[in-house]
Ligand binder design. Sequence first.
Ligand code: NAD
Ligand code: GDD
Length: 337
Amino acid sequence: MSGTLKPWALVTGAGGFIGHHLVSYLKAAGYRVRGVDIKQPEYGGTDADEFMLLDLRERKHCEMCTDGMSLVYHLAADMGGIGYITASHAGIAHNNSLINLFMLEAARASNVERFLFSSSACVYPHGLQTSPDVAPLREDDAFPAQPEEGYGLEKLYAEKLCQYYTEDYGLPTRIVRFHNVYGPLGTYDGGREKAPAAMCRKIARAPDPGQIEVWGDGKQTRSFMYVDDCVEGIHRIMQSEYGMPLNLGTDELVTVDELAKLVIDISGKDVALVHDLTKPQGVRGRNSDNTRLRKVLQWEPRITLREGLVPTYNWIAEQIELEAAAQRMPGAAVAAE
Ligand code: NAD
Ligand code: GDD
């Protein structure tokens, strides 16, 4: 590459789903990238120039990874789909409070140029999300507050911390509220998976003809954002001059049954849906109002759900094939014991 070198960017949570993609995006854009996570990337290697294995609940680890960095994309968090975040309020709130407090303070002490915080649609009040036919959520709807217990409340508090650090210390911050992100390299099994990955896994594993379990009555609604749009949006928001919270999501509202049926269609299988009303369901409806995002960026996510689900399903089906092949290897059962 010719010309001046682009600055160093730190991506926390670089071993996770969005962080993994963001590292690749920033490298392709010419940045020098340091990744940090408590674990190695789950699926394949990282494109980062440096990768640090650190627990960001420790203040000194946050200081180590922010040292010398210009841009901080702070994605590390204890997180998962609705089943995970409703099962562990104390642990999630504790872990994420420590990570966010120490990362912001380390970024201030290291004089970083910009700090981007990955917040969530879970900050929005329950009372505004009681119908499948939900009014899209605007940034100003977050207050008066009634967020998701544990995970959502902590995100809202960390958003305010970012604002205070900007006001009191002059640290430029960017606050991005992601709406349900999906794509290849995302967790699809083990309890942290979100609905799109869970549907892909269940349908890929289902016999043909067969059936899968859908949590709730399937009429609850969401909008889903493909990860390529997500990382492009993150980059654009970091470059913008806008410091207040911004939604980053699509406004393509679908029911959970429609999501499942799209995946079934992509799979080419004959799969029926069986509903389980005892499973976690979260809010009844959630959609992103992108008015402010469009105004700030003159851009918004544009990959349709069907377009994004094709590579997502293909990747998850391939992982499941690889798992099955590994199980069939001679000695696999002995090795697994
Ligand atoms: P992810 O779980 O795949 O990635 C998060 C990463 O943070 C993981 O690799 C995890 O190991 C790491 N981490 C957790 N605790 C850590 C610690 N103590 N020290 C160092 N690293 C630690 O999740 P993701 O989907 O990539 O989400 C990235 C960010 O976006 C998170 O802050 C999440 O809350 C936010 N978000 C994601 C979504 C979504 O739909 N994926 C929606 C809203 C908000
Ligand atoms: N996870 C999961 N697994 N959800 C399922 C399943 C399944 O097998 N079947 C149906 N669902 C339904 C859930 O009951 C819920 O109503 C809907 O699909 C969406 O579930 P998730 O994708 O797990 O979570 P969410 O949209 O309620 O919240 C997620 O998105 C937020 C941002 O928009 C979570 O990942 C939050 O952590 C995140 O902040």
